[in-house]
Design a protein around this ligand. Structure first.
Ligand SMILES: Nc1nc2c(c(=O)[nH]1)N=C([C@H](O)[C@@H](O)CO)CN2
Length: 117
């Protein structure tokens, strides 16, 4: 299946298990791949038939701004569910990095795949 992707989308979030993390916004970096058959969009040259990566980006920014979780797991599971329902892609993968929060590592994070490719 064809894929639409978003790479290194930076969004500030209130996220974390520790008290200090509930008082600040920390950067998260998202990479997404979303399955989408691009042929109808290509034939019609019409955004209406495309998976609009700008609209997906704005959905993620709004979701992360409005929802506060302790675990990245909680954020990612709900975000994936929301994207599948809102945009109707059959499959997606999301990778999220929390940079510089664990001093020994450049970044930590998660990678999930949901739906059917
Ligand atoms: N699997 C996870 N491990 C940890 C998380 C998380 O969200 N998922 N979060 C933390 C802290 O909030 C961390 O970001 C600061 O040390 C620890 N481990």
């Amino acid at each position: 299946m064809d894929k639409v992707f978003i790479k290194e989308l930076k969004v500030d979030a209130v996220i974390g298990v520790y008290d200090w993390e509930k008082q600040v916004r920390q950067p998260l970096v998202f990479d997404l791949e979303m399955a989408w058959d691009i042929r109808v969009a290509a034939q019609t040259d019409d955004l209406m038939h495309a998976l609009d990566y700008q609209a997906v980006t704005e959905y993620i920014e709004r979701f992360v701004r409005e929802q506060h979780f302790q675990l990245l797991e909680s954020l990612l599971e709900r975000l994936a569910d929301g994207l599948l329902k809102e945009f109707g892609m059959p499959w997606l993968s999301i990778r999220v990095e929390k940079p510089a929060v664990v001093p020994q590592a450049r970044a930590v994070g998660l990678f999930i795949e949901r739906g059917i490719d």
